[in-house]
Design a protein around this ligand. Structure first.
Ligand SMILES: Cc1cc2nc3c(=O)[nH]c(=O)nc-3n(C[C@H](O)[C@H](O)[C@H](O)COP(=O)(O)OP(=O)(O)OC[C@H]3O[C@@H](n4cnc5c(N)ncnc54)[C@H](O)[C@@H]3O)c2cc1C
Length: 483
């Protein structure tokens, strides 16, 4: 563990060393590969890695990470690259460790409601493989994300209100630690009180504590009956009041999503739909037939009592798919109707009782900025996003946007909420982590130092700089070099 490290290799040497460890077709320094791995979604920054490598086994990962530990070379894990906070930008260069070729479904264990997968397996592919079993993996971030990436950001999505977030469903892992050791955490028992909760620790670690090379995940039974519903209201306040009462009444919801009129407008423009451009709640109920009919009726009646302008159910497969297509493609619709503009996404999550006031204040603050802004939210969990578009050349608008963004985070924290309900800290939220966690940040650094003594794993992400650390400040606060 304490072997004195060799100096980080120069770029050409690093590439030659990677070619000695892996096959030639697992090492890429083409412009397209370096550019593709220089940036992520939404964050308007980039930096190329020195090399992109594609491990195909735990052994490959172990050899690359052991080398990186010995030479103090930064390693940035990346899978589908759909994370939204700059998680995968290799801010210190080095190795971009692309895990998409670790994509085997290792075991389906329907009798135990479990699956064992490599980290590059995407959740839609796992669900396709599970079709005949009557089971599914119920976390669904909009993008076709990988299980390793989802565990690493503790992703949630539209069904977390019913089935939980990714860390609720991962019960075991194989991990290559930042010193190159292979460890197993958890197991196959659905519950355990044994040892420290290491599986939970790696969930949400954003690739800063090691590389996940295998996951055991819990599955859920596909519901016998599903009913969707869409309720539109005259104004956002009434819409949120309906949602709050629905949640507080204990109505069992499988999905509860809010979109504001601007969001619906962008969807109509891009997808050619004709949805009423009003604050709208998308709902879904899971269970057996009689039960879901009853619950859906309770929700629709409550919506009408709140003066819903439309309140309609979708029962068959096509109608349901059409209903959710609009929601799932929302982000890409926003991007499409704002060509050439950069975007910023908030990810506030607050206690449900504070949802109305925080949404209202957020919309007011964003309205003052007079920028294209769209609200969507997993409001069943008290979680919502505002996606704002700005001209990257307009420094004044960007500074005002940053200030307003900071205000919203402070509002969320004051309400007992968090700066990120599901997207994670990455780069963009570093500025808020200390305000949220206080002295617990030092404990987090102690964990990071214990697991990653050379500081090579996804450096500059997740943890705010330690006081007085020039390196951390350079990677976290200064603008990342734009290639
Ligand atoms: C249109 C759109 C909608 C989205 N909606 C949601 C949503 O509803 N809910 C939600 O939670 N998120 C959402 N996201 C964000 C994104 O899909 C999630 O953050 C997802 O978990 C990222 O998975 P990925 O495979 O793309 O990981 P990547 O982006 O490739 O990586 C994410 C992080 O995980 C690390 N990592 C990846 N694989 C490993 C591994 N094997 N071992 C260790 N570290 C690893 C990376 O270093 C990085 O820090 C959305 C994104 C888009 C573009």
């Amino acid at each position: 563990m304490n072997a004195s490290p060799d100096p980080a290799p120069a770029s050409g040497e690093l590439v030659a060393d990677m070619r000695a460890i892996l096959r030639d077709d697992q090492v890429d320094v083409s412009d397209s590969a370096l550019d593709l791995h220089a940036r992520g979604e939404s964050v308007d920054r980039s930096r190329r890695p020195d090399v992109v490598v594609y491990p195909e086994s735990t052994h490959d990962v172990q050899r690359v990470v052991s080398y990186a530990y010995r030479t103090r070379t930064p390693v940035t894990p990346v899978a589908v690259n759909s994370s939204l906070e700059g998680h995968t930008i290799p801010v210190q260069g080095g190795i971009s460790l692309d895990l998409t070729r670790l994509d085997r479904i290792l075991e389906l264990l329907p009798e135990d409601f479990l699956a064992v997968v490599q980290p590059g397996v995407t959740y839609p592919r796992l669900n396709e493989a599970l079709k005949a079993t009557g089971l599914f993996f119920p976390v669904d971030p909009g993008a076709e994300a990988s299980l390793g990436g989802m565990a690493s950001t503790n992703a949630s999505g539209t069904m977390a209100v019913r089935y939980g977030v990714t860390s609720d469903l991962v019960i075991g892992m194989e991990v290559v630690t930042p010193t190159g050791a292979v460890v197993r955490t958890g197991g196959r028992a659905r519950k355990s009180s044994s040892g420290y909760a290491l599986t939970k620790l790696f969930c949400g670690a954003e690739g800063t504590l090691g590389v996940i090379t295998e996951l055991t995940v819990k599955l859920a039974a596909r519901p016998a009956a599903v009913i969707g519903a869409r309720c539109a209201f005259g104004d956002v306040a009434t819409c949120v009041a309906f949602v709050t009462e629905l949640i507080q009444s204990g109505t069992p919801l499988a999905r509860c999503e809010l979109l504001d009129p601007a969001a619906i407008g962008a969807i109509n423009r891009h997808l050619g739909t004709t949805l009423p451009e009003a604050p709208t709640v998308f709902l879904e109920f899971h269970g057996d037939e009689g039960w879901v009919e009853e619950i859906a009726e309770i929700a629709l009646t409550l919506a009408r009592e709140h003066g819903a302008v439309t309140a309609e159910a979708a029962r068959d497969g096509d109608a349901l798919r059409a209903l959710w297509k609009a929601r799932h493609q929302a982000y890409y619709c926003f991007v499409a109707v704002n060509p050439g503009l950069a975007n910023v996404i908030t990810d506030l999550a607050v206690p449900v009782s504070r949802l109305a006031e925080v949404i209202e204040a957020s919309l007011e603050a964003m309205g003052r900025l007079a920028l294209p802004a769209y609200l969507i939210g997993h409001v069943g969990d008290g979680n919502f996003h505002l996606t704002l578009f700005y001209d990257r050349d307009d420094a004044v608008a960007k500074a005002r946007l940053d200030a307003a963004y900071g205000e919203l985070v402070r509002l969320s924290l004051a309400a007992g909420g968090t700066c990120t309900g599901e997207h994670g800290i990455g780069l963009r939220k570093l500025a808020y982590a200390r305000a949220e966690h206080g002295d617990a940040v030092e404990l987090m650094w102690a964990i990071k130092d214990a697991l990653d003594p050379a500081g090579i794993m996804n450096p500059g992400k997740k943890l705010p700089p330690r006081a007085g650390s020039a390196t951390a400040l350079a990677s976290a606060e200064a603008p990342v070099e734009v290639d």
